[in-house]
Design a protein around this ligand. Structure first.
Ligand code: MG
Length: 311
């Protein structure tokens, strides 16, 4: 996957249909999921993580990802990606028509064992098996969960993340690499330091991305720090969907509308039409069982949307 290098253009990857939905208990009807993707594309979101191929026992909300993928394959202008935790589900995703896979592993040993029941080193081996098993033209993104902080082990040293990347980058330098602040405890200095170190160590990687959560209110600050450090791809979730209904205080990804608003105010193009996005965001915030976040949705609620671009 490649990123635009223009200083005044960024790509927002909409991950609400995966990271935002996966913790929602009540099943979101497949037609509703497809409808949201259609509307998000119409609002200018050209890259959307439409779901994950994982055990339906582990994440029942994601059990219809193949159907959503099939329906969305016909949408012009959409590059759909799906998350996979291992080779087996990666092959299933490709068989279902996926052209872009997101392989996830955690930097933290404890988190990776909890998530995929392997050590990080074993997940690197799994990544290599996945690459060998799928068509070479399949676009690949690597999501490094807990790249900054682990819910069990705390702050992750830069060296731990960089060392894990050594073998991952060597096998597929053109893969997009997304450093994920899974807990939301990263801060702008940490984000700047890790991306600077990673870009210096891996000059062959051109596509870096940040996956920020807004748990402590630092989501946008972290996006901005990464942007200043040269990152041009950012994950975000419409309405800030995410978090866990059973974990008080936990919130979702940084909200798509907040990131789009910030960049619009900075004069940085995202391709997103905020006038079209806001009604979708309001509907997203009303999904039964969902936990919405973000600020722009509420701030603009009582204002004419035409004010969005005013200075
Ligand atoms: Mg996440």
């Amino acid at each position: 996957m490649s990123i635009p290098l223009s200083p005044d253009r960024v790509t927002i990857v909409e991950v609400g249909p995966r990271d935002g939905y996966q913790g929602i208990g009540p099943f979101i009807p497949t037609e509703t999921k497809i409808g949201f993707v259609q509307r998000l594309v119409a609002a200018g979101l050209s890259r959307i993580e439409i779901g994950s191929f994982v055990s339906p026992k582990a994440l029942p909300q994601m059990r219809d990802t193949a159907e959503v993928l099939t329906a969305c394959a016909r949408l012009p202008g959409l590059r759909a990606q799906v998350l996979v935790p291992n080779e087996r589900w990666g092959r299933e995703a490709v068989a279902a028509g996926a052209g872009a896979l997101v392989f996830v592993l955690s930097v933290s040993e404890t988190h990776n064992r909890n998530n995929v029941r392997r050590s990080p080193a074993e997940s690197v081996d799994e990544y290599h098996r996945l690459l060998a098993a799928i068509p070479p033209e399949t676009a690949i993104r690597l999501d490094l969960a807990t790249a900054f902080d682990c819910p069990f082990a705390g702050r992750v040293p830069l060296k731990t993340t960089l060392t894990l990347l050594d073998r991952l980058v060597a096998s597929r330098p053109e893969a997009e690499i997304c450093l994920c602040d899974t807990t939301g405890r990263a801060d702008p200095a940490h984000v700047a330091d890790l991306f600077a170190a990673a870009r210096e160590r891996f000059p062959q990687v051109s596509a870096w991305a940040l996956h920020a959560h807004d748990t402590y209110g630092l989501g946008l600050a972290n996006v901005h720090a990464a942007y200043r450090g040269g990152v041009r791809v950012f994950d975000a979730s419409f309405a800030g969907l995410g978090g866990c209904p059973f974990a008080p205080g936990a919130t979702g990804n940084v909200a798509t509308e907040d990131v789009a608003w910030m960049f619009a105010r900075m004069g940085v193009a995202t391709g997103i039409d905020l006038d079209r996005l806001l009604p979708i965001v309001r509907d997203g915030a009303a999904i039964p069982g969902g936990l919405a976040g973000g600020r722009v949705r509420k701030a603009l609620h009582a204002q004419p949307v035409a004010c969005v671009a005013a200075t």
